[in-house]
Ligand binder design. Structure first.
Ligand code: DHB
Ligand code: FE
Length: 280
């Protein structure tokens, strides 16, 4: 059985990659954001996951408008990072585990999720930045990833309810894996933000708090919202909280909050770093 040790929610903003490349972690603008990661590292040292299931949204790198699955799971032994146009350095390759990926794919399809399986998959900043911040340096070599991408680019997007159910199905898939592993779920993106249109720069701290409170104690509560509700409350790109919802749904009902860091703005985004331990 693959044991789910917990989840981490982590904002992804391309400018983080620029800040790392320029060594700006102690800069007053960036310090409150980077200050969170030692807390996550300390928990990861205790929780000792050997695999990470990364629930994230591709931003037009591996998938584009001509070919856009609602849900896609990587099934490769490694994943190349590339920059979809922000001018940030690429971070090399990330280790996968095709065996665990195929188990997840088999289980999800049997569970009525018609996902795309990707034996080759480029991963964008939404994958590379959170993974490299959480497992810096040679830590990246010790963690093997299964990327799970969901569509936030072209409507219709999956609903919050569908993302919740996907997370539950991922939880069942991991529980039925025949090998013993320790797995952490990593949801990237969010929290509230809008990059385009007349509301560019929009954030909603009250809604971010509502999301975190719900995810902690009653995650299904967020499934009452439609995608359009989420856009109205969290901004066009704030729909990325659906990844957090999916990851939380993979955990059991009882969780312990280990760490919470909320800070804005990082670029246009209300940033969050959240560590939740799964209680048996
Ligand atoms: C920003 C946020 C995102 O989630 C993203 O994918 C790209 C940019 C931003 O705030 O700049
Ligand atoms: Fe994003």
């Amino acid at each position: 059985m693959a044991n789910i040790v917990g989840m981490i929610g982590c904002t992804h903003v391309p400018a983080i990659g620029g800040a790392v490349a320029k060594g700006l972690q102690q800069d007053p603008y960036w310090a409150p954001f980077f200050a969170g990661f030692p807390h996550a590292h300390a928990w990861l040292r205790e929780a000792r996951p050997d695999h990470v299931v990364v629930i994230y949204n591709d931003h037009g790198l591996n998938f584009f408008l001509d070919n856009l699955p609602t849900f896609a799971v990587g099934a490769a032994e490694s994943y190349r990072n590339s920059d979809e146009g922000w001018g940030i350095p690429s971070l090399g390759d990330f280790a996968g585990d095709a065996r665990l990926s195929w188990h997840l794919i088999e289980s999800l399809v049997a569970d009525e999720f018609d996902i795309a399986s990707c034996q080759r998959m480029l991963v964008d900043h939404a994958f590379s930045l959170p993974v490299s911040l959480l497992w810096p340096g040679d830590g990246a070599a010790k963690i093997r990833a299964v990327p799970v991408a969901y569509n936030t680019v072209q409507h219709p997007l999956p609903s919050p309810r569908r993302c919740y159910k996907l997370g539950q199905a991922i939880g069942r898939a991991l529980a039925s894996y025949p090998e013993e592993h320790r797995v952490v779920l990593l949801a990237t993106g969010g929290l509230s933000h809008q990059l385009d249109g007349t509301r560019a720069g929009f954030v909603n701290q009250a809604f971010d708090k509502e999301c975190i409170d719900s995810l902690l104690t009653d995650p299904a509560a967020l499934t009452r919202y439609s995608v359009l509700d989420l856009i109205e409350k969290a901004g066009n790109q704030g729909v990325e909280v659906m990844g957090w919802l999916a990851a939380r749904a993979a955990l059991g009902p009882h969780v312990r909050q280990v760490y919470w860091n909320y800070h804005l703005p990082i670029s246009n985004t209300a940033s969050g770093l959240w560590v939740l331990e799964n209680q048996a």
